[in-house]
Ligand binder design. Structure first.
Ligand code: ASP
Length: 309
């Protein structure tokens, strides 16, 4: 099997590969501000975003520029472009510009894989529908590793809209690969069918699901991907699943909280908790996003270079 020049998901990645990226991101965290690296000098990175994004898009841009790449941003959010031929047409046009990397975000699951079959550049999946968001899971793991050291037997509870979350899926895959115990907590309508096959504990009651948690990952209601029937009222959701300091009483004493953003303060997360730097890793997540994306770009660049030698 030829080495994978794309990063489409956590599925299929080994713990060795994951840990290598996490370690490398630590290196970038330390050197990024001190000196500019030339790894991607003369390379072109295109950010192709079919959905809105602030953090992820900016983070990929900063990561690529920190490695001296040229960056082109193309946003097609809110346009009527749908999956299928139109995307492939766009991709063929871009392909003709010979980018080395295409960073793709798209509302439909499986789009990154589809695109990878039509272009010569390396594709990095920056979120495809409900499917995967691998760099988010990697940056979350890098933050956890710095704070907790080890994943073996670490208790991680993921709370909120699991059904519509690519972040939850990528995180479950990654955390299970590294040996953590993962619990999900959600209203029954927001628990995906077959999730038990991923080896997680399933809870519809917050107090039970949070018991002994070392990390609580909080997710927003992703209304843009809901079909109406599953949408709970924000008030009810807040009452039953919104996390504040008091509701963490059953968790481990030094529990830490995470959120991939964007946050809906006062719905899934209490504002005081979000801003409590003793508990909240939210800013660390944003900071680590750049280093992890540098590590991913470098990894794929090295693979391509070795293939061409
Ligand atoms: N930013 C994350 C994503 O793109 C989480 C979210 O949108 O709620 O999936």
């Amino acid at each position: 099997m030829s080495p994978n020049i794309h990063l489409l998901g956590i599925e299929g990645m080994s713990s060795k590969q994951i840990l290598k990226i996490l370690k490398r991101s630590d290196f970038f965290l330390n050197v990024r501000k001190k000196r500019k690296l030339e790894t991607l000098k003369g390379k072109l990175v295109i950010n192709l975003f079919f959905e809105n994004s602030t953090r992820t898009k900016a983070s990929f841009e900063i990561a690529a520029k920190s490695l001296s790449a040229e960056v082109l941003n193309i946003s097609v959010a809110n346009s009527s472009i749908k999956k299928g031929e139109t995307l492939i047409d766009t991709a063929s046009t871009l392909n003709a510009m010979k980018p080395d990397f295409l960073i793709l975000r798209h509302p439909n699951s499986g789009t990154a894989l589809m695109l990878s079959k039509h272009v010569e550049s390396s594709i990095i999946n920056a979120g495809d529908g409900r499917h995967e968001h691998p760099t988010q899971a990697l940056l979350d793991a890098a933050v956890i590793r710095r704070k907790k050291g080890n994943f073996e037997n670490l208790n991680v509870s993921i709370c909120g809209d699991i059904s519509n979350s690519r972040v939850a899926r990528s995180n479950i895959l990654l955390l299970k690969t590294l040996g953590a115990n993962v619990s999900i907590i959600a209203p029954p309508t927001l628990i995906p069918k077959d999730i038990d096959k991923m080896g997680v504990n399933i809870f519809s009651n917050l107090d039970d699901g949070i018991k002994k948690a070392d990390i609580v990952m909080i997710l927003r209601l992703q209304a843009e991907r809901m079909n109406g029937t599953e949408t709970p009222s924000r008030r009810e959701f807040h009452h039953l699943f919104g996390i504040n300091e008091k509701k963490l009483k059953n968790a481990s004493k030094d529990v830490l909280i995470m959120h991939p953003g964007p946050m809906n303060r006062g719905v899934e997360i209490d504002s005081l908790l979000a801003d409590n730097n003793e508990r909240s890793l939210i800013n660390d997540q944003v900071e680590m996003g750049v280093s992890i994306r540098m590590a991913c770009l470098e990894m794929l660049y090295e693979i391509r270079k070795n293939l061409n030698e």
